[in-house]
Design a protein around this ligand. Sequence first.
Ligand SMILES: NC(=O)c1ccc[n+]([C@@H]2O[C@H](COP(=O)([O-])OP(=O)(O)OC[C@H]3O[C@@H](n4cnc5c(N)ncnc54)[C@H](OP(=O)(O)O)[C@@H]3O)[C@@H](O)[C@H]2O)c1
Length: 265
Amino acid sequence: MKDFYKDKVVVISGASSGMGRDLAALLAPWGAHLAVTARRQPLLDELRAECEAAGAQTLTFACDVTDEAAMLALRDAVLDKWGRADVVIANAGVGGLNPGDNFSLEIHRKVVEINAIGLANTLIPFVPSMIARRQGHLVGISSLAAFRGLPNAASYSSSKAAQMVFLESLRVDLRKHHIAVSCIHPGFIESPMTEHDEFRMPFKLPVRESSVLIAKAIAGRKASYLYPWQMRMVTAVNKHLPRFLYDTLVPRLSGQKEHIAPRIF
Ligand SMILES: NC(=O)c1ccc[n+]([C@@H]2O[C@H](COP(=O)([O-])OP(=O)(O)OC[C@H]3O[C@@H](n4cnc5c(N)ncnc54)[C@H](OP(=O)(O)O)[C@@H]3O)[C@@H](O)[C@H]2O)c1
């Protein structure tokens, strides 16, 4: 797997913390060239120092994934530096709670804009150069929350489902150009996003274990990858749970509190 990444130009969004940061740190000693982006430049600078110390050529580019012009400028900076992007990983995202009986349209718009539109803004600029080279790999970090509308998660679940379906259409369309498209569905992973106790998080995985599994799934050009295996099983059951059971059981099992304020994390 390590050989797969040697001399590959890998773009990672959401690289200032959590899963994106750890993935970059994992790939750096494997010979990947890294373009890392997020809004917080000082954290990207720290990551660049770490990746360069591990031997990786590293480009940082601070911007917001909802800013279409800035994401085009990121693409230009990557192509100027290396002439290509081999793997583009749209990982940036926000979590959140938005209960149906206390719903915030403002939070909904933000979550959908960052997660769903942000993913498109990250991947689509690289498509023309990949078509020209007849190779490339687009990756989106969705979630197991994409498969059903989870309690108090109308915004998050729908944004992750939008990512999944968007990536599936891209996969079909780009196949003839030899461009691979992968949709990654993590369960609960240790990161700043999950540093709260708003709901139960069974089988939470250390971030490094998650990064290794993502790196393997990308190297294996998997169209869709659900992990960890325990949550893959839970999701398989959940997907086919009859509506009357889903509506009563899942809210109880999720362990959420009674009165939830809409929020992003
Ligand atoms: N942790 C989990 O359990 C879990 C499970 C399933 C899926 N995921 C998905 O995995 C991805 C990474 O999550 P994480 O757990 O690593 O969360 P995290 O530690 O909170 O990291 C989120 C990253 O996204 C960036 N980001 C957020 N909004 C952005 C914006 N508007 N523009 C640019 N960058 C933005 C943040 O950087 P700045 O704030 O510096 O911009 C940060 O680098 C997300 O898409 C998340 O939905 C996570």
